[in-house]
Design a protein around this ligand. Structure first.
Ligand code: SF4
Length: 892
């Protein structure tokens, strides 16, 4: 095998880091950061660095299935097309829906959108980006007349002030965070303000943290607008020449936030910290306001976005280096979806459904038989329409709405009663594939070929370096094949992704003449080789050019009807639901550092699974103590919609009255931890984005009759445990379990779960202390530890790390066998603690001990001694926190 090196793009977050995948002569693949990619210049976070561990075919969907039976792909495509035609004929085009994903490539998105809006003739195509950043799209369009990110990543390095609003950048956009850390190191005058109800690890670099009362951001930015106007920080030339609506916006702002004192009161902040922030913003010309899901995922997310943009418009701080309002997107290709009309309220190439000239242009360009005339249903309404039977058939592509949609159980029930559910995915078993009538095998990252756009409008190539296994196909191919079978062969006869990209690039330039921001005229004449070798480029790329544009609106030209930017008058609204005596806590949902979305990829990596092994609930220590809860215990967390069971983490980083839980865990990795089953499906009226950051909940201790854990080389189906979670280890799967009935027949339970037919070469050992409800069993096959199970009356069970280490051994020696059920090594070993550095497997206790023993005072010293934090750097904020905590504890 000859060695090769392929440049591609990370499939996780919207930072869009460039990667270099290398294959050596043995065929072993390694993944590194691409030094030449302008998003990351070789940096990677823990997720990107562990991509090589997620490439196996375990769990892949490799063949089509029809109603649970394996089918040839042709048969499944024929069936899908025939059913779509029957349903369209019987109930009309609006009875069909596509629910697509920010994981799709732009080419996939383009073809899906073309089929739905120009050939089926409805606009019921929406993307899971609706849940992530549609409020930003709506906010940008209201202000600029177009969905345009004004700036670029380089602005973070050129700014003097960076305001991070509702963004745990350190965990959710780690490479951007690394760039900010470096910028601050290079320029100690760079000031960082974090606005977030939680003290997240991002606050590690904050000069000022405003722990704002949840959902009050618009009060704060209205207050800032008033302050800027009243303190002569108003750029009169700019507002008079290129903006409209300032007076009305100011009047609304004065009504809600007339003074610093009133603003501070509304936001639950101290007056002097609000004054500090306002002064800082006012006196700093180069300011970038970075915002993310904490702003977007709200029933007034669009208003919050516009309240931020208003402050940049009044100061004219937009379109120039080191300044501007800057939304960072969650998914790797949320931006690409926005560009080709992946949202139900847009047409392709930034054209609008409500504009007749755009509909006409698109229909002529596509030569399509029909063209939508009205918006389709946005995600939440789309699943409601599936539930009511208004939509009879849905095709879900590369996403898992049964986990990620609000009111997720209702979404599952809606799918179960839908006449036809088609799911194309690369994974066989997800909570959503379980609801499918038709499964179509899609290619995975590493096999796909196309483009993605990151948060700074930069288009990069995803290039294949693996052969697609089984019958798996590109998503665009699956869509085009269905389109051909529906009678649209002439217009969907694409041979490859290059042909689709060219068509899309032509469309962006077609009759554009500067009227639309998104113009790829310069790429429309690309040869196939140029497409193959395409370097990352920021759109627009104008005709006759190959270079893109770093900053938009530099000349004050906007895409509104008047050509001027619009101030939007904001009347702040608080969250749609309020806490009550019955549901007294506010639930905030979000991501953790080392997992991605619903874990179908990161859950495969032992390295990533070590950082946080179980779904958890963070609660303020005072609330925990009032409710008599302890870290490590279990709680039932309930909203009006459902209940989950989570492990408690008591912390001072939460606000009293607020709790946080991650959105990743699903029914494949846990028994009852799909957090979105609790979230109300209330949405922003403009953007349709759900309010995932504010759900009133109740917390009750869950005291199981027994606790336990299982380690096993093969994946198990856990039964009869009220609580269970699964995590990947290097050589085994780890299960934490708990249940209600203490007098179970543990021996029978263990035999059922861990046993197998090949009893001849099996060693089975067990221990039972009936009086204390303690049971332990282990299964040994060919001298190797195959599985073990430990049960006790409380969580006080042996450490897992020693037992996990035994799975790495080719055979157990006598001493290890003898001590196996004690759960302890014959000779004591040191507990290294929860893994902090995923790259080098360095645990918290090891780090603490070394800080204390060696008097370490900096992250660099920790790195020199233990290597922690010296690879991807994702754990550096946690290392800082550990140092800080120990310094407080020891008074040093
Ligand atoms: Fe991938 Fe991490 Fe870069 Fe995001 S920050 S694109 S997850 S390497």
């Amino acid at each position: 095998m000859s060695p090769k090196s392929i440049k591609t793009t990370c499939p996780y977050c919207g930072v869009g880091c460039g990667l270099l995948v290398k294959q050596d002569v043995q065929g072993t693949l390694s993944v590194q950061g691409d030094k030449s990619h302008p998003a990351n210049y070789s940096r990677l976070c823990s997720k990107g660095a562990a991509l090589g561990e997620t490439l196996d075919k375990d769990g892949r969907l490799l063949q089509a299935e029809l109603r649970g039976e394996v089918s040839d792909l042709d048969g499944a495509l024929d069936f899908t097309a025939k059913e779509f035609m029957r349903i369209t004929e019987q109930y009309g085009p609006e009875s069909i829906a596509f629910y697509v994903s920010g994981q799709l490539l732009t080419e996939d998105y383009y073809v899906a959108n073309k089929l739905m809006k120009g050939y089926i003739g409805a606009a019921n195509i929406d993307t899971n980006s609706r849940l992530c950043m549609s409020s930003t799209v709506a906010g940008y369009k209201r202000a600029f007349g177009s969905d345009t990110v004004p700036g670029c990543y380089e602005d973070l390095e050129r700014a003097k002030l960076i305001v991070l609003i509702g963004s745990n950048t350190a965990w959710c956009h780690p490479v951007l965070y690394q760039r900010i850390v470096k910028a601050k190191k290079d320029n100690p005058d760079l000031y960082i303000v974090v606005i977030d109800p939680r003290r997240t690890v991002t606050c590690d670099i904050a000069d000022l943290h405003l722990a704002i009362r949840p959902s009050t951001d618009a009060y704060l930015f209205n207050g800032l607008l008033v302050y800027l106007a009243d303190h002569d920080e108003h750029n009169h030339l700019y507002t008079q020449t290129v903006t409209e609506g300032l007076e009305a916006a100011l009047e609304a702002a004065r009504a809600s936030s007339p003074s610093i004192g009133e603003t501070a009161h509304k936001c639950g902040l101290a007056e002097d910290e609000v004054a500090d922030f306002f002064r800082l913003f006012a006196r700093t010309e180069r300011v970038v306001s970075v915002f993310s899901q904490g702003v977007n995922q709200s029933s007034s997310g669009t208003d919050k976005v516009n309240s931020i943009i208003n402050c940049h418009l009044i100061t004219g701080r937009i379109g120039r280096p080191g300044m501007g309002p800057f939304s960072v997107t969650g998914q790797p290709n949320a931006m690409g979806g926005r560009e080709v009309g992946g949202l139900a309220n847009q047409l392709a190439a930034h054209m609008e459904i409500h504009r007749e000239e755009h509909r006409d242009l698109l229909q002529r360009f596509w030569q399509s038989p029909v063209m939508v005339t009205r918006e389709g249903l946005k995600a939440v309404d789309m699943f409601r329409a599936i539930e009511s039977g208004q939509i009879k058939a849905v095709w879900i592509m590369a996403t898992n709405p049964v986990v990620s949609m609000p009111d997720a159980d209702r979404v599952r029930n809606a799918l179960k009663q839908c006449e036809l559910v088609v799911v194309s995915d690369c994974m066989r078993n997800t909570d959503t594939t379980a609801c499918a009538d038709v499964l179509l095998p899609a290619q995975a990252w590493g096999e796909r070929n196309g483009t993605v756009t990151n948060s700074e409008r930069r288009i990069s190539r995803q290039r294949p370096f693996l052969t697609a296994p089984g019958d798996s196909k590109p998503d665009w191919w699956l869509i085009a094949e269905v389109a051909k079978r529906m009678g649209f062969a002439t217009h969907f006869s694409y041979q490859n992704s290059y042909e689709i990209f060219r068509e899309y690039a032509h469309l962006t330039h077609y009759e554009n003449n500067g009227s639309r921001d998104l113009d790829l005229g310069g790429l429309a004449d690309f040869s196939e080789t140029e497409y193959a070798n395409m370097e990352p480029v920021q759109w627009p790329v104008l005709k006759g050019q190959r270079a893109g544009v770093a900053r938009m609106f530099s000349e004050g030209k906007y895409y509104t009807a008047s050509g001027k930017a619009q101030f939007v008058s904001i009347v702040p609204r608080e969250a749609a639901h309020r806490v009550t005596d019955e549901y007294p806590f506010i639930l905030n949902t979000g991501r953790v550092r080392d997992h991605w979305h619903t874990m179908t990829r990161t859950g495969k990596s032992a390295r990533l699974s070590q950082h946080i092994e179980e779904p958890f609930l963070e609660i303020h220590v005072d609330d925990a103590s009032r409710l008599k809860l302890h870290s490590g215990g279990l709680v039932k967390l309930s909203s009006e919609l459902g209940t989950v069971i989570l492990r408690i983490v008591a912390t001072e980083t939460q606000q009293p009255g607020s709790v946080f839980a991650p959105m990743h865990w699903n029914d494949q990795f846990s028994g009852q931890a799909r957090i979105d089953t609790l979230v109300h499906p209330v949405v922003d009226p403009v953007s349709g984005q759900p309010e995932s950051k504010f759900t009133p909940v109740r917390i009750e201790p869950y005291e199981p009759g027994w606790h336990g854990f299982i380690l096993s080389r093969r994946k198990l189906e856990i039964k009869d445990a009220r609580y269970w979670t699964m995590a990947r280890g290097a050589d085994c799967w780890r299960y934490e379990i708990a249940g209600d009935i203490p007098d179970t027949d543990w021996s029978g339970y263990a035999q059922n779960l861990l046993g197998s037919d090949d009893a001849t070469d099996t060693g089975w050992i067990e221990y039972f202390d009936t009086s204390q409800c303690r049971y332990r069993a282990a299964r040994i096959v060919d001298d190797r530890l195959e599985s073990c199970l430990f049960i006790g009356p409380d969580p006080n069970l042996p450490r897992r790390d020693y037992l996990i280490s035994l799975f790495a051994k080719g055979s157990l020696d006598n001493r290890e066998r003898a001590s196996l059920l004690s759960g302890r090594p014959a000779e004591p070993q040191k507990d290294t603690g929860a893994i902090v550095c995923a790259c080098f497997g360095v645990g918290e206790i090891t780090i603490r001990d070394n800080i204390l023993k060696n008097g370490l005072i900096s992250v660099e010293q920790i790195g020199d001694l233990l290597k922690a934090g010296t690879n991807c750097g994702s754990c550096i904020p946690e290392l800082h926190q550990l140092l800080e905590t120990l310094q407080k504890e020891t008074g040093t």
